[in-house]
Design a protein around this ligand. Sequence first.
Ligand SMILES: [Zn+2]
Length: 253
Amino acid sequence: MAEGDTILRAKHRLADALVGQSIVVSAPNPRGRAAGIERLDGLTLEGIDARGKHLLFDFGDLVLHSHLGMSGGWHVYPPRARWRRPRSAAWAVLAGERAEAVQFGGPTLRVLSAGRVAIDPQLARLGPDILADDLDLDAVVAKFRATDQSRTLGDALLDQHLTAGIGNIFKSEACFAAGIDPWHRLSEVSDDDLRAVLDAAREQMLAAVKFGDRHRFRIYKHRGPCARCRGTVHHRGQGDANRTTWWCERCQA
Ligand SMILES: [Zn+2]
């Protein structure tokens, strides 16, 4: 599952490879052709913006919007390199002078006019990006206070309308780092504790952006006793989507 840290890493990699160049755009898989991405062929890529788990490729008057969901991925290859997946599975190929970027799968790939981005329902409802340089934590806390306070903390952390970018891994990691029970209802979590969890999510995710695959998770999918207190680590599905949450019964009591 691509969370905000994976998307921010992808953004940096894609921007290094392609921004400022005229891009040859093709869609080997019918899904990309259905999205009309060939309209972007020959345009200059002016920048790439990450919002939570969404990527927006700025082609001037047109924007390519991609969301990878559970299954999608962006690969970057040198010219004429062998791809790790078949060409027919590629939804979008963006070829620049030194590299080509390929999107395989994912729930969202579409072209928007630049003017629509600000009013598009899917994008406009996103909460503040947890990894934004200018993140206003108080504004995020206010959003958590404005939602139903009977929701559990772990469930609310995944709600991209409250804050964008936190996924299932960092939901568990953030609550563990802050020492807060993810099963508390929001009504039982103080503003200070909310701030601590959000701060921890941001800190852990920025570390993952920096270290990539070398970043080690401390509670997510942890087997055996808690590495911090030797207490029991539990996991159980949480929220309407039943996404598994991992927590330590002692550290997070
Ligand atoms: Zn523990």
